[in-house]
Design a protein around this ligand. Structure first.
Ligand code: THU
Length: 144
């Protein structure tokens, strides 16, 4: 397994650091022949932790983001009552320095459905930053 980057070891909160480390590890499973942008996500619920990576496709529009794949793994394991407490995202692009990678708008909407107040940790200018989903997606669409 590749060495954990300094930006990850610099995270002071141990549970946050552990979650980002899971995201880092799963980023190596990404299937990203088109973008070469390898993303890993880890979702901590009230009951466990689930991971996902981005999966691209030769039919480009079918790509599935790491965050949504992690959420779907959580729901698959725990069912629709799943509550998300924390999310971590890690992105790498071999040969390049990825400085910033926060969850896309579609993933924010999907995450919000299972944890509006969840803490999301992501790379911003080479450091990890945490924000709540409320902050990342104010006035989210809510049906339920
Ligand atoms: N991607 C994610 O996995 N998560 C995001 O929040 C944004 C983008 C993926 C999709 C695609 O495979 C690659 O990153 C470049 O957009």
């Amino acid at each position: 397994m590749a060495r954990v980057p300094a930006a990850v070891t610099a995270i002071t909160d141990p549970s946050e650091r552990e979650l980002v480390q899971r995201a880092f590890e799963v980023s190596f499973k990404a299937y990203a022949p088109s973008s070469k942008f390898h993303v890993g996500a880890a979702v901590r619920t009230t009951k466990g932790t689930y991971v996902g990576c981005n999966v691209e496709n030769g039919s480009y529009g079918l790509t599935s983001c790491a965050e949504r794949n992690a959420v779907f793994a959580a729901i698959t394991a725990e069912g629709g009552k799943t509550r998300i407490e924390a999310v971590a995202v890690y992105a790498r692009s071999p040969g390049k320095k990825v400085k910033t990678a926060s969850p896309c708008g579609a993933c924010r909407q999907v995450l919000a459905e299972f944890g509006r107040h969840a803490v999301v940790t992501f790379l911003e200018n080479g450091r990890f930053r945490s924000m709540t989903l409320d902050e990342l997606l104010p006035a989210a669409f809510e049906l339920y």
